[in-house]
Design a protein around this ligand. Structure first.
Ligand code: XIL
Length: 459
């Protein structure tokens, strides 16, 4: 049931009946929604325009008890491991999507949405990536983001673009091979992701950022604040919320959620599990999310305790035999008790602007070869964040190498694509690219250029 439907429902049944229904809704397990209480986690969350989801494993899709619970209770699916770097690009440049497809297809066939997890992370890297550093690693990261996001373009609600980039305790960056490519690796990942799938919400995701007083929380907050101030594309922050004795629930969690939201991003609880599954703690976390309009959804990290990555902590909502635990009832009731708030804010649409570009193209040719130096200027009023420059080479010209862009194919109708680090061209800004080519006599430049679908002035 959508928020709209719910609102229409209010008008139809009247306020008195609704209030009665909401009170009745405190009793768990009620069937249907006529009383104002939903009988599933997904349905209860939808009443305020939010989702309730879970991490789902491809390897368990043959388990009928698992798929029955997951199919019924969850409206958002995060592939638990199948979209990680080691799974999707086990060999450099050889992408492998079979296991991710299994989960994504299972979810979409049932009308569920998908959170993508994760594109850039120090952990679960394939061996080839672990051994890379410097420019080679930076280029591989950009290539990986483009490869995976292109495959699932338009099918992923939100991507955890970067996962766990901050250090525990110190409030600094976590040391990793990605971090050693330069501090800007996070923003390069986000700019690359925006260009690859403009429809996906782009999240930064981390653990131990729930407690507002912790240095790590403030460090991530400052990153998001800086990104928002500088126009680096970011739409949401994922708070993993793995709650245990080392990272206990603190009521200031609500302040954390609302503080991030005040920066103009959505917040999502992305990997919730609570060691021991205290019903009170679960309910408090859900209630905190419901209190923050831009807290748009909650996902638990697994279905049954036996599916959990921390099975020994029995941290989930269903026990090993698939029975709902007291924590399940507490979560369902908390969701049903939530009044429809203003609801999540839609992704802000950029102010209307104009697109425009000018290309200058200087060649220097010799008997069998030529060099082309191209400058792409943004003459519009809208920032370009990710670009593709299309042009047609005269017959006989073939690109042999290029710089500052990826060129494909080498001859004929060519598209030059940004390399991530140079994806952004602000209004009045420009970027320089170029290539070397062989030719068979015709050294003329292309007749026209198109940037992201807009014809460019030349010269
Ligand atoms: C965990 C999975 O649940 C395990 O199956 C896997 O062996 C390791 O990763 N933070 C994250 C998740 O962002 O990707 C992790 O998932 C749990 C911690």
């Amino acid at each position: 049931m959508s928020r709209k439907t719910f609102r229409r429902g209010i008008a139809a049944v009247g306020v008195a009946a609704l209030t009665a229904g909401m009170t009745a809704g405190i009793t768990a397990g009620m069937a249907g929604t006529a009383s104002g209480a939903a009988a599933t986690l997904a349905g209860a969350a939808e009443q305020s325009g939010r989702y309730f989801g879970a991490a789902i494993s491809a390897g368990k899709l043959g388990d009928a008890q698992y798929t029955t619970i997951a199919g019924r209770e969850f409206g958002m699916v995060t592939p638990e491991n199948e979209l990680k770097i080691d799974a999707t690009e086990p060999v450099q440049n050889q992408f492998s999507f079979a296991r991710a497809d299994a989960v994504v297809d299972w979810a979409t066939a049932r009308g569920k949405r998908v959170r993508g997890h994760t594109l850039a992370w120090h952990s679960q890297q394939p061996a080839w990536m672990q051994s890379l550093s410097g420019t080679a690693l930076r280029t591989a990261m950009v290539n990986h983001i483009n490869g995976v996001m292109a495959r699932y373009q338009g099918r992923i609600h939100a991507w955890d673009v970067v996962n766990e980039a901050f250090d525990d305790g110190t409030g600094g960056r976590r040391d990793s091979n990605l971090q050693r490519t330069g501090d800007d690796w996070i923003e390069v990942a986000f700019r690359t992701a925006r260009a690859a799938d403009p429809a996906a919400r782009l999240c930064y995701n981390d653990y131990n950022i729930e407690n507002w007083t912790w240095a790590k929380t403030r460090a991530v907050y400052n990153l998001v604040k800086d990104f928002r101030a500088r126009g680096v594309p970011i739409d949401c922050v994922g708070l993993q919320a793995h709650v245990n004795s080392g990272s206990p629930y603190d009521p200031n969690f609500r302040t954390t959620l609302s503080s991030f939201a005040a920066l103009g991003v959505d917040v999502q609880i992305t990997e919730l599990d609570v060691a021991g599954a205290s019903p009170g703690t679960y309910a408090a976390i859900v209630t905190d999310c419901l209190a923050v309009p831009r807290c748009t959804g909650i996902s638990v990290w697994g279905v049954r305790d036996t599916d959990s990555w921390r099975a020994w902590e029995t941290p989930l909502l269903f026990d090993g035999s698939g029975a709902p635990k007291p924590a399940y009832t507490a979560v369902l009731n908390a969701l049903n008790a939530g009044t429809p708030g203003p609801g999540p804010t839609p992704t802000p649409t950029p102010p209307p602007g104009t697109a425009g570009c000018r290309v200058t193209y200087a060649t220097s040719a010799w008997n069998t070869g030529l060099t082309a130096d191209i400058t792409i200027a943004n003459t519009g009023t809208t920032p370009v964040s990710g670009w593709r420059l299309a042009f047609t080479l005269p017959g006989g010209q073939a690109i042999t190498s290029g710089w500052n862009a990826a060129y494909a194919p080498a001859r004929g109708a060519v598209t030059a694509t940004d390399l991530g680090y140079n994806a952004a061209i602000p209004p009045a800004g420009s970027t320089a690219i170029g290539f070397q080519a062989t030719h068979t006599g015709d050294t003329a430049r292309p007749a026209s250029f198109t940037l992201n679908g807009t014809a460019c002035a030349v010269g």
